[in-house]
Design a protein around this ligand. Structure first.
Ligand SMILES: Nc1ncnc2c1ncn2[C@@H]1O[C@H](COP(=O)(O)OP(=O)(O)O)[C@@H](O)[C@H]1O
Ligand SMILES: [Mg+2]
Length: 237
């Protein structure tokens, strides 16, 4: 399959602070990659660098072989990159539907129906205010808003964080369905390693801003030593 995202020797951070040191990454069109690692190792910064929200000091980020390193976040969104931040950016004072309408930006309203089909809970709660939603529903809304842009590359930053197991199952099912139906490529950052490694066939481990392991996920799931050392969990079961 053709390469969609190519990151080479990426050095990035915030102002004078350097967080990522020479990261290389490749993701094919329609591919899925799990990015794992402890808190503070630079996972969010890597997603932000792909989206154009971190300061790049060196290296290249390419989409479809085109260097987008100097593109703004808006230009990258137009080019098909969708970012669901760890902070679940929704408007708490707007209803579910108003949040989605705000994300439409001139695209047809039929996109709303697609979002509701993917997340029936949002359809049920379309007139509820953002602040009335549970954490899981807020996450669904945040994902749904990003999907309105019809991304070819979806960056998910710890979508399961703080959510009940039953909601995690619902979300992962939705991601699975979405990936199969639309062929969107997914770069998934997730501390729930078991879920991440089941979803994505390829995995990368980050430690202090560097890639310390790369393999297929099935192989990594057996490497309890690595998971213990770099993620702090006894591993997938
Ligand atoms: N806006 C920021 N300004 C300065 N430093 C930051 C900022 N955001 C994150 N950092 C620092 O960058 C490092 C990596 O953070 P982050 O990418 O959020 O890690 P992770 O997502 O893996 O937990 C941390 O040391 C963090 O303190
Ligand atoms: Mg993070």
């Amino acid at each position: 399959m053709s390469e969609l995202l190519h990151i080479e020797n990426l050095t990035a951070g915030y102002g004078a602070i350097q967080v990522l040191h020479g990261v290389n990454l490749s993701l094919s069109a329609g591919g899925r990659l799990a990015l794992i690692g402890r808190n503070g190792v630079g996972k969010t910064t890597l997603l932000k660098a792909v989206m154009g929200l971190a300061d790049m000091k060196g290296g290249q980020v390419k989409l479809d072989g085109i260097d987008i390193s100097k593109w703004s976040a808006r230009e990258r969104a137009h080019a098909g990159i969708g970012y669901v931040p760890q902070t679940r950016d929704i408007f708490p004072s707007l209803t579910v539907e108003e949040n989605l309408l705000a994300g439409l930006k001139g695209r047809p309203r039929s996109s709303l129906a697609e979002a509701y089909a993917l997340f029936p809970r949002l359809a049920e709660r379309r007139n509820n205010g953002g602040q009335q939603l549970s954490g899981g529903e807020q996450q669904m809304l945040s994902v749904a808003r990003t999907l309105l842009g019809k991304p070819r590359l979806l960056l998910l930053d710890e979508p399961l964080e703080g959510l009940a197991p039953i909601i995690c199952i619902e979300l992962m099912r939705a991601f699975e369905h979405l990936a199969q139906e639309t062929g969107v490529a997914v770069l998934l950052v997730e501390q729930k390693v078991d879920d991440a490694l089941k979803f994505a066939p390829l995995a990368m481990v980050l430690e202090r801003g560097e890639v310390v392991h790369e393999s297929d996920s099935a192989a990594l799931r057996l490497r309890k030593d690595l998971l213990e050392r770099f993620v702090g969990v006894a591993g997938a079961h």
